[in-house]
Design a protein around this ligand. Structure first.
Ligand SMILES: [Cu+2]
Length: 156
């Protein structure tokens, strides 16, 4: 997890540290996954566990603590009915709740016309919600701009 630093500051200290020309240093690897920005409340433990899951899957993550995630959900046009404990954005898509990294990767390859993915609530056994071997069945939903959803992947 990375704490947030204003971009200017970050760039300046990076240059100071490396002494390298920025364009060469900033060139993205072609296989690099896009950054996921996560809006969460400060003491949300399962949010942190989900972020670890994303990082283990290779996603760079920027975590931003907010007082209330619902306003960010509204900004990302994710309806409240699909709400969970954290809301995120990756490459223009909203990601609500404990969505598995594999489904986010699939989304980024298939690029459907949609708001994004959601796992409403906090199903036990989803990434970041592990509780021993117990797993509740849950669906990863693909949410479209009309506010409807379809099952993107079912975990049974
Ligand atoms: Cu949670």
């Amino acid at each position: 997890m990375k704490t947030t630093t204003p971009p200017n500051l970050r760039r300046r200290s990076l240059l100071a540290l490396t002494g390298l020309a920025l364009p060469a240093f900033a060139a993205a690897r072609p296989d690099a996954l896009p950054r996921i920005t996560v809006y969460k409340t400060e003491f949300c433990g399962c949010c942190k566990a989900w972020i670890s899951h994303l990082e283990q899957a290779g996603f760079p993550v920027e975590a931003i603590n907010v007082a209330d995630t619902s306003s960010w959900r509204a900004k990302l046009r994710m309806p409240d009915t699909y709400g969970s404990c954290h809301t995120a954005i990756v490459d223009g898509y909203a990601v609500e709740g404990h969505v598995p990294a594999a489904d986010i990767k699939r989304l980024l390859v298939e690029r459907p016309r949609a708001i994004g993915l959601a796992v409403p609530g906090m199903p036990v056994g989803s990434p970041g919600m592990e509780a021993g071997g117990h797993k509740d069945p849950y669906d990863v939903l693909l949410v479209t701009a009309d506010g409807r959803s379809s099952v993107y992947r079912a975990y049974r």
